[in-house]
Design a protein around this ligand. Sequence first.
Ligand code: O7E
Length: 216
Amino acid sequence: MTLTPKSRLIIALDVTDRTEALSIAEKLGGAVDAIKVNYPLVLVCGLGIIKDIKKYANVIADFKVADIPNTNSLICRETFEAGADAIICQGFVGKDSVKACVDVANKYGREVYVVTEMSHPGALDFLQPHAFELVDLAFRAGASGIIAPATRPERLVDIRCRAGDMKILSPGVGAQGGDARKAIDAGADFVIVGRSIYNAEDPYAAAVNFIEQLRR
Ligand code: O7E
């Protein structure tokens, strides 16, 4: 699949209980553009959880792959064999490592997204000064898009200018202080929301609330 913006909302399913994860996926899968799985869920449930979630939504494997090209290829192959529609990798390991992910993704008809500047304060230590280079690297390696921070909409504006037509997925909305609407207005194509949805008393209502904000 190719990630296409409809609701523009991606849920980060960072729960560590299989039943809870599948219940949220079943309720929200039809409303969101994708469900992102990360290590907390996969380490508990195994890679097989991807196929279970895929019944309800597109799945992005947020494994922030960051190794030599050969190891990246192996990780991507197993992840796509498990059914993931897209995988997230780190760009700081270099173009050959990112390209290795893209080559495997192309074989499977899937997508790669590259982390540029992250959303947390520590991203200022090393990543931010190199964010534009990472955007360029993602483009040159043939990635479908990048990850950039909803916590810094002013940076999103600059990163959007640099990213051209590449898709931008933007985490940091809600619990980390970012605003969904501002992130989209600043140039993101999708926002990624975790705790503000899965920790809400009514996750479905919380997701609908975000979707309404994104529609305005
Ligand atoms: O703060 P939350 O609960 O809304 O969750 C945010 C999710 O996005 C969580 O899975 C975290 O690992 C991820 N994330 C960030 O928070 N900041 C980043 O800079 C990058 C990511 C991420 O998802 O990277 C790949 C998309």
